[in-house]
Design a protein around this ligand. Structure first.
Ligand code: PGA
Length: 247
């Protein structure tokens, strides 16, 4: 049994004050039990979010550098995140791949660095519209998984969270159909299971891309869809809560 997982990817939204206001509204309303809930604020709000969330909600960073320290101006390392109580990190989001040159080679180093430091990685993969239209979705995902997970032994794959995020659905209001999400996530799970059948059963694979309160339940009801990585609809506590409840 995989515990469902719902993460709020705030991207470059919310100041510390806005983070406090969001959590003050969300935390008292969260159901007992239910899915694992994670919020991913920008760096300046991480420490305050950790303080406020306690044990009920995990806090994730949206990126990290693979080295523990060094001459890398502007970067933040995994041990620095762990020191302030951050529990997870989003890696390989398509916005980082597209706008900031995040490479598969860097991801292959970041994933073991995150796990070594004690962070739960949330690895994002997904195809763009042209690739889907050309029937290349499976090839693109396989290429990303092969390259990004090259630095991890088979025994570590089950501890990952993977987010399948079709780029054409991110922030566009166009959601993959529950059938597309199921079919594609099953491909990802099969790829991981081919390396380790235990990991294939254990790894949690989320869908991300215009998840909203009115489509979350159907997406997450699919057998291989273990939860959601939510962008736009995670900025309002009531919308995010509705998605948590749907999971
Ligand atoms: P969206 O973003 O829900 O706004 O489409 C999802 C994401 O980028 O993780």
């Amino acid at each position: 049994m995989r515990v469902p997982y719902v993460a709020a990817n705030w991207k470059m939204h919310k100041t510390v004050a806005e983070t406090e206001a969001f959590l003050a509204e969300l935390l008292p309303k969260l159901p007992d039990g239910g899915p694992e809930v994670v919020v991913c604020p920008p760096y300046p709000s991480l420490a305050r979010a950790v303080e406020l969330c306690g044990d009920r909600v995990a806090v994730a960073a949206q990126n990290m550098h693979e080295e523990p320290s060094g001459a890398f101006t502007g970067e933040v390392s995994a041990p620095m995140l762990v020191e302030i109580g951050v529990g997870a990190v989003v890696l390989g989001h398509s916005e980082r791949r597209e706008h900031f040159g995040e490479s598969d080679e860097a991801l292959a180093r970041k994933l073991p660095a995150a796990l070594d430091a004690g962070l739960q990685p949330i690895l994002c993969v997904g195809e763009n519209e042209g690739q889907r239209d050309a029937g290349e979705t499976e090839a693109v995902l396989t290429r990303q998984l092969e390259a990004d997970l090259a630095g991890l032994g088979d025994d570590r794959l089950g501890g990952l969270v993977v987010a399948y995020e079709p780029i054409w659905a991110i922030g566009t209001g166009r959601t993959a159909t529950p059938e597309q999400a199921q079919e594609t996530i099953a491909v990802i799970r099969a790829w991981i299971a081919a390396r380790s059948s235990e990991a294939g059963d254990a790894v949690r694979i989320l869908y991300g891309g215009s998840v909203k309160p009115d489509n979350a339940a159907e997406l997450i009801s699919k057998p291989d869809v273990d939860g959601a990585l939510v962008g736009g609809a995670s900025l309002e506590p009531s919308d995010f809560l509705a998605i948590v409840e749907a999971a």
